[in-house]
Design a protein around this ligand. Structure first.
Ligand SMILES: CC(C)(COP(=O)(O)OP(=O)(O)OC[C@H]1O[C@@H](n2cnc3c(N)ncnc32)[C@H](O)[C@@H]1OP(=O)(O)O)[C@@H](O)C(=O)NCCC(=O)NCCS
Length: 163
């Protein structure tokens, strides 16, 4: 556990592995609702996605890899206010799977701390590359990722319905 003081706000960071996934269920659901709202072509995907499905997919992806979870906790009230889930797959590719900070806590460098912790974890594991997927409609986050040298590389298209 590590601490950082943001004015009167005292945030502690707790890290762990897949055993901590359930701790971020509510925050993940807020992120999924946000992505549902801003999605252009994939609203049904976000509308039918559940935390349980996402968790299963993460566990499957990392059967021969690893999951890392960082959670930001406001010590006042012991409230979870942000998280980042990162993974390393069998090919040694690191990925920021999900990062979210509660609206009222943004701009306080919590996202920065979460991002740096995730990247430091990947670096400690000597990953081959580091990736993050951004949903179309949420491009506003490019500027944030750009601060950590994550840049758009390709646009992947996915079929929305069968011909
Ligand atoms: C993206 C997010 C995690 C950033 O968290 P945060 O705690 O507000 O970020 P920080 O306060 O640590 O900001 C760190 C720096 O990035 C900058 N920054 C934050 N969001 C930014 C954005 N969308 N575009 C450009 N810069 C941004 C901040 O200004 C700050 O810069 P500074 O060091 O010059 O002050 C948060 O806005 C969020 O949860 N967004 C919604 C969820 C989301 O889109 N997740 C990504 C899914 S792919």
């Amino acid at each position: 556990m590590s601490e950082s003081d943001d004015g009167n706000l005292s945030v502690v960071y707790v890290s762990g592995n897949q055993g901590m996934l359930d701790d971020v269920k509510e925050l993940w659901e807020e992120l999924n609702s946000m992505l549902l709202q801003c999605s252009v072509n994939f609203k049904p995907h976000f509308g039918t996605m559940t935390f349980e499905k996402r968790k299963l997919a993460l566990l499957k992806k990392t059967e021969h890899g690893e999951i890392h979870v960082d959670v930001a906790v406001n010590q006042l009230g012991n409230q979870k206010v942000g998280y980042c889930i990162s993974t390393i797959n069998e090919q040694k590719e690191g990925e920021i799977e999900s990062i979210f900070v509660e609206k009222g806590y943004r701009g306080l460098r919590i996202g920065d701390a979460l991002m740096r912790k995730a990247v430091a974890w990947m670096d400690s594991k000597d990953v081959e590359k580091k990736l993050v997927s951004v949903s179309v409609g949420n491009e506003q986050v490019f500027g944030f990722y750009g601060r950590y040298s994550f840049c758009p590389r390709r646009t992947m298209l996915e079929q929305t319905k069968n011909l």
